[in-house]
Design a protein around this ligand. Structure first.
Ligand code: FAD
Length: 308
């Protein structure tokens, strides 16, 4: 299970994991596989594959997660959302994962397709909240389930107490760990951890794995932030804006260098604060994450010198 992996020996100062998303076409898929092969050499604790909103990307998620299980040494975690699925479909999907030997699932509610911040409407025969999905998966076999957590609180939570309760309830329902939404201020992560520990000692002992995105483009970072409901603190925004410069196009190289610096600083602070693992949103590229890992003291040279 993921929790066992987190206490197993690892290469660097802390275990790390990598998030992929289902590639859109054949070219994107070969890029994903190049990244996968590089990461494979660095022995991440696990890798995860996000679950898209539409039919074809969903099929790809299932297929590629199966290939990660069958054709690599990596431990895949399949994200699964409740969007537009009946309970019968959710059962069948979990069964399809089990058939491929995948027993680690990240149980999510998901967002309305098209407009992630729009009104949530449950499938008439589906589930309303991630907590119910955790329970459903628990009835289907011997799965290890993780859930999402939100250092800046979820955008639909009416208040911070409600947000903490939601996470604690998902953990009580059987989730073994959570992975956070990406954030740009470590204080948010530390406060979330304190809130969960104060609300429930037993659940507070479960790993809260921080999500980190090494920023390589300001435009991409801003889009991700918009979609996720997190905020870039003004001081950080200023750092990136300075790097981007005043030209008609952002100075990609300078933003990228700043992004690697910033992600490294965040990672170092998280390690010092005892984070159980660092979960990198790779956007299916290996280079930026590998650079951050190198800066953290992981011997990445062998992996970086793989022919593309
Ligand atoms: P929930 O835990 O169900 O919470 C949703 C909202 O409902 C919250 O505001 C909560 O406060 C409220 N709520 C929960 N329970 C109750 C209750 N009993 N009564 C009243 N209100 C309640 N999306 C994808 O589409 N695909 C992915 O692969 C994906 N991967 C992700 C990975 C991570 C690490 C994270 C952090 C997010 C990911 N998301 C993904 C986004 C996620 O689906 C959305 O953020 C979604 O809006 C919330 O999902 P959840 O599982 O946290 O929902």
């Amino acid at each position: 299970s993921i929790v066992e992996r987190l206490s197993a020996p690892h290469r660097g100062p802390v275990p790390f994991s990598v998030e992929f998303y289902p590639p859109r076409d054949a070219e994107a898929e070969s890029r994903l596989w190049r990244a996968v092969r590089i990461f494979e050499r660095l022995s991440p604790a696990f890798v995860s594959m996000t679950y898209g909103a539409g039919g074809s990307t969903r099929d790809r998620t299932v297929r590629i997660t199966g290939q990660l299980a069958a054709q690599t040494t990596l431990l895949p975690v399949a994200h699964l959302t409740a969007v537009n699925h009946s309970v019968a479909e959710l059962r069948a999907l979990v069964g399809a994962y089990a058939d491929q030997g995948i027993t680690n699932i990240l149980a999510l509610r998901g967002d309305p397709p098209g407009d992630p911040l729009g009104e949530w409407v449950a499938h008439p025969d589906g589930v309303e909240y991630a907590e119910q999905l955790v329970r459903l998966i628990g009835t289907l076999g011997d799965f290890h389930v993780g859930v999402a957590s939100f250092p800046e609180t979820h955008h639909r939570s009416p208040d911070i107490e409600h947000d903490t309760r939601t996470l604690v309830n998902k953990l009580r329902a059987g989730a073994e760990y959570s992975i956070t939404q990406m954030f740009f201020d470590v204080e948010h992560y530390l406060r979330l951890r304190d809130r969960v520990a104060a609300a429930d000692t037993e659940q507070g002992a479960k790993p809260i794995i921080p999500g980190i995105m090494p920023v390589t483009s300001l435009a991409t970072a801003q889009r991700m932030v918009e979609l996720s409901g997190s905020v870039i603190p003004p001081a950080v925004e200023e750092r990136f804006a300075r790097a981007a410069g005043n030209g008609p196009e952002e100075d990609r190289a300078a933003v990228r260098a700043e992004g690697i610096d910033f992600a490294t600083e965040m990672a170092q602070r998280l390690i010092a604060e005892g984070a159980p693992c660092l979960h990198f949103c790779s956007l299916n590229f290996a280079k930026a994450t590998t650079e951050v890992l190198g800066r953290l003291g992981v011997d990445v040279d062998a992996a970086l010198h793989v022919p593309a």
